[in-house]
Each structure stands twice: as structure tokens, then as C-alpha cells.
Design a protein around this ligand. Structure first.
Ligand code: FMN
Length: 333
């Protein structure tokens, strides 16, 4: 076990948000993160049209358990009226605790239909979308998630934040990268701090929180009301207790390899129970297995075998051999 140094003494930990991640934050993974201490959970992004058609795929996107509350469903789209209708439909259909609007997705398929981050280039439309959804939601809070701007020449998070606040958005998550950056470069936490200072709604900072020390440093420097964690949680859900330990000043014991493998197996088993199909679940888990084992001893050989695993028993055997490999050669790989 490695112990990381605590950096504070009894500093109050702000609410920790699991970032919405398509193909990752389904009900199974969200509950794992809740068990680890994530305070607020959100679905992956769901299209307004999908909600209105109530197809099977969308049903799985919006499905959640009571233990996930407070839970929000993230919508994307560009048509204010369709998004408003989808919001009304969601209230009757699954009754989430909040609806979140996606104004950050960089994916072409979404952007070319004017959704996601594309709306950052059109503040009047972004405002109409937000206003229509807020009115349709009534007492249900509507939150939003933005990026810094479209590209480095049009960084406009302050402007979009003010528009969203004036339209009744209750809380705003800011990912400190532009759409053009995708996931490259570094998130701009100075900009996140400026947004937090410019509006009176709670601002949640997002981007590059990879450890308890990161969380503490970014929180102290930015004045945000909460922290949102994405990719780090994907490969290491223990990031949530690690952050809490950093705020309380306690040393944090990183999970042992055995604990990591136990979680991986538990995740796969829960995914299988949810999907009702072992092979489909294991295939769906492959990219997750890659994320979980990044940096683990065993290297490319282990990952090559994980990429072909089709059953829980196969995974168990791999885990056992990886663990016995560690016992005899802990520094390998
Ligand atoms: C695989 C993946 C899927 C994502 N899907 C969504 C999404 O559906 N909605 C959204 O608002 N952001 C999405 N994001 C962005 C994350 O929510 C987050 O803003 C981003 O990863 C930066 O945070 P991080 O540095 O903690 O990962 C996605 C990111 C990744 C890596």
C-alpha cells in the first residue's frame, strides 16, 4: 500500500460530482461511484428525440435506482420546443431529481445537428433552449454543463454562464477546455474561477482532477461550489475517497491490487446482471477493463488477454494469474 500525504486538516469537502460520460456512466457504474462517495450522479447524454420516442436504448440510458438520488438526466438537442417536450416527458416517465443540459459535447454527430458545444457559438439559441427547458421543468431544477468556448478565439464561458443564469439555470458545471481542444491540453481553472466569481449560481469545476491533491489545489484556487470528476473515476473510482481524505487531512491508503481486481469483477458481474447477457456484458466492459488496468503491472500481455475475455470465469482466471504474478514479481510490467 502506498500512503499519500494529507494536505489539509478538516477542510470541508465540497460536493463531488461524477461527470456524465457516454458509454461509461450507466446505472451500474454510477452505483459503484456512489458507493465510493460520489455525491451527485448524472446519466450520460441522451437526445431529446430519444426521450420523445422512448425506444429501448433510451430506456436504458435513463434507468436508475432510488439509491442513485440525487440523480440527473442529461439532455442534448438544439430545438427549444423539442427539449421542453422531452423534459415534460421525463418528469412523468422516470422523475429524476434534475435535468442537465449538455452544451459541451464536441462529437461531430452531435455538433453538426447544432447540439452540445455547437450552442456555445450561438448564445441567443443557447438562452432559448435553457429558458424553454426551465419553464417546462417547473419545480424540477435544470442544470447545465458547458465548455470554455468553441475554440481559443471564442472563449465565452463568462457570457454563456450569465445567459444561463438569467434563464433560470440552477447550477452550472464548467469543463475548462474549448471544443477545439477536445480532451487535449489542460483545463483552464483560472477561467473556471472567473466564471464562479461572475455568477451567483453554484459553479462546479471540471477538468483534470486526477488525485486528492489536485482536487484540493483546484478547489482552493477557484472558489467553486463543487468538483466534477470524469476520466479519473473511470479508471480509479477510489478517487472519491482519496479526495475526501485530502480534504480531511487524513493519509489515504491506495487500494491493493486484490481490491482493484475485486472491484473489476464486481463491476463485470453487475453489468452482466443488468444486461442479462454475459458475452454482451463482457464485450461492453472491454474498454472499461482497459481503463481499470491502465498502469497495472502485467502490461500489454494482460491487456491483450483482457481484450478477448468473454466470461466472468475467464476474467476470474485472469485476475488470479495477474495477482499471483504480482505476488512473485511485484515490480514487473
Ligand atoms: C468517454 C467520455 C464520454 C463523455 N461523455 C460525456 C457526456 O455524455 N456528457 C457530457 O457532458 N460530457 C461528457 N464527457 C466529458 C466529461 O463529462 C468531462 O467533462 C471531461 O472528461 C473532463 O473531465 P475529466 O478531466 O475529469 O475527465 C465525456 C468524456 C469522456 C472521456
Amino acid at each position: 500500500m502506498t500512503l499519500s500525504e494529507g494536505g489539509a486538516r478538516d477542510e470541508v469537502c465540497p460536493p463531488l460530482f461524477l461527470a456524465p460520460m457516454a458509454g461509461v456512466t450507466n446505472t451500474v457504474f454510477r452505483r459503484i461511484c456512489r458507493g465510493m462517495g460520489a455525491d451527485v450522479l448524472t446519466s450520460e447524454f441522451v437526445s431529446a428525440e430519444g426521450i420523445l420516442h422512448r425506444n429501448e436504448r433510451t430506456r436504458r440510458y435513463v434507468e436508475f435506482q432510488e439509491s442513485e438520488r440525487p440523480f440527473g438526466i442529461q439532455l442534448f438537442g438544439a430545438d427549444p420546443e423539442r427539449l421542453a417536450e422531452a423534459t415534460r416527458a421525463l418528469k412523468d416517465w422516470v422523475a429524476p431529481d434534475f435535468v442537465d443540459l449538455n452544451f459541451g459535447c464536441p462529437v461531430n454527430k452531435v455538433v453538426c445537428k447544432n447540439g452540445g458545444s455547437s450552442l456555445l457559438r450561438d448564445c441567443p439559441l443557447l438562452g432559448r433552449v435553457a429558458g424553454a427547458v426551465v419553464r417546462a421543468a417547473g419545480a424540477l431544477p435544470v442544470t447545465a454543463k458547458i465548455r470554455a468556448g468553441w475554440d481559443e478565439r471564442s472563449v465565452n464561458a463568462l457570457e454563456t454562464a450569465r445567459v444561463l443564469e438569467s434563464e433560470g439555470i440552477a447550477r452550472l458545471a464548467v469543463h475548462g477546455r474549448t471544443r477545439a481542444q477536445g480532451y487535449s491540453g489542460a483545463a483552464d481553472w483560472t477561467l473556471i474561477a472567473e466564471v464562479a466569481a461572475a455568477v451567483s449560481i453554484p459553479v462546479i469545476g471540471n477538468g483534470d482532477i486526477r488525485s486528492g491533491a489536485d482536487a484540493l489545489e483546484k478547489f482552493r484556487a477557484s472558489g467553486v461550489a463543487g468538483l466534477m470528476i470524469g476520466r479519473a473515476a473511470m479508471s480509479n473510482p477510489w478517487i472519491f475517497p482519496e479526495i475526501r481524505a485530502a480534504f480531511s487531512g487524513e493519509p489515504f491508503a491506495q487500494p491493493t491490487p486484490a481490491a482493484r481486481w475485486a472491484l473489476i469483477q464486481r463491476h463485470c458481474a453487475a453489468e452482466m446482471a443488468w444486461r442479462g447477457d454475459e458475452v454482451a456484458a463482457m464485450k461492453a466492459m472491454r474498454s472499461r477493463l482497459m481503463a481499470y488496468t491502465r498502469g497495472m503491472p502485467g502490461g500489454p500481455r494482460l491487456r491483450g488477454r483482457l481484450a478477448r475475455v468473454e466470461s466472468l470465469s475467464g476474467l476470474e482466471a485472469l485476475a488470479a494469474s495477474a495477482l499471483s504474478g504480482w505476488a512473485s514479481a511485484p515490480d514487473q510490467g
